[in-house]
Design a protein around this ligand. Structure first.
Ligand SMILES: *Cc1c(COP(=O)(O)O)cnc(C)c1O
Length: 360
């Protein structure tokens, strides 16, 4: 068996300890004589798995009592519709468009009410975060929406927008649990877990209780109402049971690592190795405004498409996989999520140095 360093943007690298533990428990989960995959979601064993997962997530993020944690299906993209359907009481929402995922959410919201694009960085291929200190927030906006870390472009909000008292909604898919978070600053935090937490198939929504009401837009499907899942502790129907089990193991792993403050420090160390090299390289360069750089997704280019392709190919041969940039940006992208060890980033930079020597 040999594992590669996997720089995929998602589904992405998971902690090896977690995968080993899951493998050990595959055929017989702790004396139940069955796999978690084969287990009723109403069983005692599973009840403990999902309750422990929620408790550990609450501890890691410091989620206050008046917020619900929902484990849902449909990926992050289903939330693009669920959010307006549940929160658009006045049928008005303001969107800050900093990349394709924010744009998709903005476009989806237009189906349900008035979605205003109050800021955007599309003019420069989403390579920066716009100034959000004094935006024209709509007086009757039900919420202000951001994508906090832009997976494709490698930008991150370092300060949250001034929402002028309106509810903040954030897609944190690609920065979930990468650093401490002040949950109370948000009305709703959500993300697909396949970037930084677990296997595809689970979306986590953390929502302040007063935002969970019966008063959803007419026609909102039962399965898209937050109240349905909040009232049933995420067991209204069969949840993505195995995925939640793996997420729970990752939460445990994060706690063992020292929690989110320790994770942030580790992620900063890792990102610095790569960014410092990019800043000094005469072949490779980063494409994001420095102050907006993500700790999780690092896009870079050589400026020559053929050389980019050669790099991706040779890196793969050297055991550094999935470095091709998103088709809308080109070049390369290294996603260095929580589970990417520092050794992986060091190996990448060593390979880049070698490639630079050979190709300059
Ligand atoms: C990947 C991604 C999504 C889409 O997630 P799905 O689970 O595939 O729907 C949305 N937002 C961000 C920030 C992402 O990185």
């Amino acid at each position: 068996m040999s594992r590669v360093y996997n720089f995929s943007a998602g589904p992405a690298v998971l902690p090896e300890e977690v995968l080993r533990e899951a493998a050990e428990e595959m055929l017989d989960y702790r004396g139940t004589g069955m796999s978690v995959m084969e287990m009723s979601h109403r069983s005692k064993a599973y009840d403990k798995i999902i309750k422990d997962a929620e408790a550990d997530l609450r501890e890691l993020m410091g989620i206050p009592e008046n917020y619900k944690v929902l484990f849902l299906q449909g990926g992050a993209s289903t939330q693009f519709a669920a959010i307006p359907m549940n929160l658009m009481k006045n049928k008005v929402a303001d969107y800050i468009v900093t990349g394709q995922w924010a744009k998709k959410a903005y476009q989806e919201a237009q189906k349900y009410g008035t979605a205003n694009k109050i800021a955007s960085s599309e003019d420069e291929t989403f390579s920066y975060i716009p100034d959000c200190s004094d935006l024209p927030i709509s007086e009757n906006a039900d919420y202000v929406y951001i994508c906090e870390n832009n997976t494709i472009y490698g930008t991150k909000f370092k300060t949250l927008p001034n929402t002028k008292g309106k509810t903040l909604v954030a897609d944190v898919s690609s920065c979930f649990l990468s650093e401490p978070v002040d949950v109370e600053k948000y009305g709703l935090i959500y993300g697909g877990v396949q970037k930084n937490i677990g296997p595809a198939g689970v979306a986590i929504v953390i929502i302040r209780e007063d935002l969970i009401t019966e008063d959803t837009l007419p026609g909102t499907p039962t399965m898209l109402k937050y109240k349905t899942h909040a009232d049933a502790d995420s067991l209204y129907n069969t949840p993505p049971a195995y995925g939640i089990y793996i997420c729970g193991k990752v939460f445990q792993w994060l706690k063992k690592k020292g929690g989110l403050a320790a994770m942030k420090q580790y992620n900063e160390e890792k990102a610095k190795i790569l960014y410092d090299f990019l800043d000094s390289s005469s072949l490779f360069k980063g494409i994001v405004r420095k102050e907006d750089r993500s700790l999780m997704n690092v896009p870079f280019v050589t400026g020559n498409e053929e050389l980019d392709a050669k790099f991706v190919k040779e890196a793969k041969e050297a055991g550094l996989e999935n470095l091709k940039g998103h088709r809308s940006v080109g070049g390369m992208r290294a996603s260095i999520y929580n589970a990417m060890p520092k050794e992986g980033v060091e190996a990448l930079v060593a390979f880049m140095k070698k490639f630079e020597k050979e190709n300059l």
